[in-house]
Design a protein around this ligand. Structure first.
Ligand code: PLP
Length: 358
């Protein structure tokens, strides 16, 4: 039987339309910055991708800056928009935010994983204008921050709001203008595109200085020849996004949570439709992940760590879970999850629990 892939928050399976777009772009010869016909054809493909992404996520094409992924998009936002500002970030942000620049001040989260809005308001009132960085949805728990409440608070205090929207894009409605954010970070491979492309989307008219100046590409905001195949695949994946997928996944997710009889981390907060963080006190996450993998079910223990080593999740620690922070697995359903995904997961999960005696 083919393994059951339930690690979409690490990376989504490639959508067929994205694959086709990547292959078509690989055969395109020109550099988008060249003035001859081959260059113009590449430029046309690049600008079409830019228009598609801008339109889908609520900004104008000239405010889309292509990057290598969300790590770079977040770093660009923090280095540039954070200049001469205090940087406030939620305690459960991704390392792509928390390690982007030194001196970030973290704002605590409540036990359900949502940012403590009163603590954020107090921090905003305390000092000079800030850059506030909050993820739309957490990659480990799926918990959503109340951004509709936070955006006006930021405006009131002359703060800029940068949103790491990687996990929400394609799963829930996302529109930069409607949200009232100043910038959004996106990643192609988290929505069914290829690895190696992402974007920083800016509010219309917001200035941004480059991290790499190079040849002045991306209107001087990100030097370097654009990775056209990855960007074309990114735009093709965006064009395929269908929020109805989320409803289908929510039904599977609910089936998993009802059948698992485990603690569901963040259950009290609004969450992504595809993500469950299941906690079994006393059962190390790494052991659970390995046992499930042997049974053909691929999940992760908190954030995928580049070293492959699993340690207690800082996200769950920030939510106050203490020693249990090392005992939760993340089940994240991909856009193409099979209809029997919940059943197959639950069978493997019950067998794992029986073997581990937990
Ligand atoms: N932000 C969040 C919330 C993520 O989940 C990830 C990937 O795990 C990233 C940023 C980094 O994205 P990328 O792999 O495109 O650099």
């Amino acid at each position: 039987m083919t393994p059951l892939y339930l690690d979409a928050n690490a990376t989504e399976p490639l959508r067929p339309a994205a694959r086709e777009a990547v292959l078509a772009a690989l055969d395109l010869l020109g550099n988008p910055s060249s003035v001859h016909a081959a260059g113009r054809a590449a430029r046309q493909m690049l600008e079409q991708a830019r228009r598609r992404i801008a339109e889908r996520f609520g900004t104008s094409p000239q405010e889309v800056v292509f990057t290598s992924g969300a790590t770079e998009a977040n770093a660009l936002a923090l280095h540039s928009l954070g200049q001469r500002r205090r940087i406030l970030a939620g305690a459960t942000e991704h390392p792509a935010i928390l390690r982007a620049v030194p001196g970030i001040v973290t704002v605590p989260v409540l036990p359900d994983g949502q940012v403590d809005v009163a603590a954020l308001a107090a921090a905003l009132a305390e000092g000079p204008p800030a850059l506030v960085c909050l993820m739309a949805a957490n990659n480990e728990t799926g918990v959503l921050h109340p951004l509709e409440e936070i955006a006006p608070l930021c405006r009131k205090h002359d703060a800029l709001l940068h949103v790491d929207a990687v996990q929400v894009a394609g799963r829930l409605p996302l529109d930069l203008a409607a949200l009232g954010a100043d910038s959004l970070a996106l990643s192609a491979h988290k929505l069914g595109g290829p690895k190696g492309a992402g974007a920083l989307l800016l509010r219309r008219g917001l200035d941004l200085s480059a991290l790499f100046t190079g040849g002045g590409q991306e209107r001087g905001r990100r030097g370097g020849t654009e990775a056209l195949p990855a960007i074309a695949g990114f735009a093709a994946a965006v064009a395929e996004l269908d929020l109805a997928e989320g409803q289908k996944l929510a039904a599977l997710r609910d089936g998993i949570e009802e059948g698992a009889r485990a603690i569901v981390v963040g259950a009290g907060a609004p969450r992504l439709p595809n993500t469950s963080c299941l906690l079994l006190p006393g059962a190390p996450a790494e052991t659970q992940v390995i046992a499930l993998d042997l049974a053909g079910v691929q999940v992760s223990a908190g954030a995928a760590c580049s070293s492959g080593k699993v340690t207690a999740s800082p996200v769950l620690q920030a939510m106050g879970l203490g020693a249990d922070a090392g005992c939760a697995i993340r089940v994240s359903l991909p856009w193409n999850a099979p209809p029997d995904a919940a059943q197959r997961f639950l069978t493997a999960y019950a067998e794992m629990r029986r073997r581990l005696g937990c």
